[in-house]
Design a protein around this ligand. Structure first.
Ligand SMILES: *[C@@H]1O[C@H](CO)[C@@H](O)[C@H](O)[C@H]1NC(C)=O
Ligand SMILES: *[C@@H]1O[C@H](CO)[C@@H](O)[C@H](O)[C@H]1NC(C)=O
Length: 301
């Protein structure tokens, strides 16, 4: 028997989502202006089927081997495999035409089929989630305009956030990438694992850093400043996804060890939406207990 015991949920899956309102989904109205301001690298794949980038797939890349947390996608969180929780949330997003799990691991595949997910087997050579998404999209016949890369280690991701980044990308023809940020807690200000982001007045990403940005000359956190924490979720123009892994690494990307900087350093535009979200990423075994405690406190199913 597999290591996974899928748990079949009742109708409870709707409730968690209610807690999230989009805090600001800003910049959605700039589509027209942005279309005029198309940058050098902008892709003009819209008008393909009447609507701009209308076909959308959500892909949950999952691998078994992990240096920090072996078998992470299958770890149980309040009795349910983490990947199942992520999948159930993704299925609730109305912007996704299809949700699939992409994995190189038979145990994960078996588990996911067990709770009803579509699974695409990808090769072990995929070096990261983006490459895995790209391979999965190719195996789907490259038929989607937008690929949402839904990290399996954010089991409390709200469907509204998925829909928000998809809409943002659809409304912003000169962007090839969209992602979400939320308010940074002051205790996370100097934690290098919490990635900070600064955006321009139209909601395009300017920079991401593991350091605190912007930096106040006092050297301290400015309690008045609305610092932004980057959330891992991202949606990509599928044509851009094909070339993204092939773009050579860039200096800022290498220095910060942040993939998304490669997008900006190559001159592509990234749209950022601000959402209200408590980040509960599961990176290490200790995080499981934390998230379970949180879910019990909030009465999440
Ligand atoms: C820096 O932070 C302080 C509060 O800690 C704030 O009053 C000030 O406006 C910020 N900016 C500068 C340039 O000092
Ligand atoms: C994924 O891995 C490839 C190969 O190491 C690398 O070029 C790429 O920057 C990585 N990340 C993304 C987001 O493609």
């Amino acid at each position: 028997m597999g290591i996974c015991t899928p748990s079949f949920s009742d109708s409870s899956s709707g409730s968690g989502a209610a807690s999230t309102k989009s805090w600001i989904i800003h910049g959605l109205a700039v589509g027209a202006a942005a279309a005029v301001a198309l940058g050098a690298h902008a892709y003009l794949y819209y008008r393909r089927s009447g609507r701009f980038r209308s076909r959308v797939v959500g892909i949950i890349p999952a691998r078994f081997a992990s240096s920090r947390f072996q078998g992470k996608p299958l770890v149980h969180i309040l009795g349910k495999p983490m990947i199942q929780r992520t999948w159930e949330r993704a299925k609730m997003a109305s912007s996704l035409d299809h949700v699939v799990v992409a994995t190189d691991d038979e145990n994960i595949a078996e588990c996911c089929r067990g709770f009803g997910a579509d699974v695409i087997m990808t090769s072990e050579s995929c070096r990261n989630g983006t490459e895995r998404c790209n391979e999965a999209h190719q195996k789907l016949g490259n038929k989607y305009d937008i690929v949402v890369n839904i990290q399996g280690d954010e089991p409390l991701i709200e469907p509204e956030i998925i829909d928000g980044i998809v809409k943002a990308l659809q409304a912003t023809p000169d962007a090839v990438f969209s992602t979400a940020v939320t308010a940074l807690k002051s205790e996370d200000a100097f934690d290098p694992n919490r990635v900070k982001c600064v955006v321009d007045s139209r909601g395009y990403a300017i920079y991401f850093s593991r350091g605190l940005i912007p930096f106040n000359k006092s050297g301290k956190v400015n309690p008045q400043f609305p610092y932004l924490l980057h959330l891992g979720i991202q949606s990509l123009d599928s044509k851009f996804l094909e070339i993204y892994p092939e773009l050579p690494p860039t200096p800022l990307q290498l220095e910060e060890d942040l993939e998304q900087l490669k997008v900006l350093e190559n001159g592509y535009k990234m749209k950022v939406i601000k959402v209200d979200h408590e980040a509960h990423g599961v990176d290490a075994p200790e995080d499981v207990e934390k998230i379970e405690r949180y879910m019990q406190e909030k009465n999440l199913p």
